[in-house]
Ligand binder design. Structure first.
Ligand SMILES: [Zn+2]
Length: 112
């Protein structure tokens, strides 16, 4: 399950931040997850609990911020909203370059 390794990397970032900013506990973790990041939110929450249970983020709340998929059309130059990764331009049927929706990023931490 790749959500598990994503959470392990996330915890490394959190622990690094804790060393730099000297905090002892993490209460809430805000995570940006793009529509096309290939992450299953239930699996992510499940993995998060397992990975953080022996860390300073034990019991922390995981807030997932859903980032919609957006793209730019090569043919008509429009910015379009995409439902799936392979969608063609809804305006002209042209080829779309994905500009957002692949994020997996730590946005913010609530700490004490
Ligand atoms: Zn187009």
């Amino acid at each position: 399950m790749h959500e598990l390794s994503l959470c392990e990397s996330l915890l490394e970032i959190i622990e690094e931040q804790a060393r730099v900013h000297h905090y002892r506990r993490v209460r809430t973790v805000w995570l940006e997850v793009g529509r096309f990041a290939g992450v299953e939110c239930d699996a992510l929450r499940f993995s998060f609990e397992i990975v953080v249970c022996e860390s300073l983020a034990n019991g922390a709340k995981l807030e997932i911020i859903d980032i919609p998929g957006c793209g730019w059309c090569f043919d008509c130059g429009a910015e379009v909203l995409l439902e799936d990764c392979f969608e063609i331009c809804p305006r002209c049927g042209g080829t779309v370059q994905i500009t957002s929706g692949k994020e997996f990023r730590l946005k913010e931490l609530e700490v004490e």
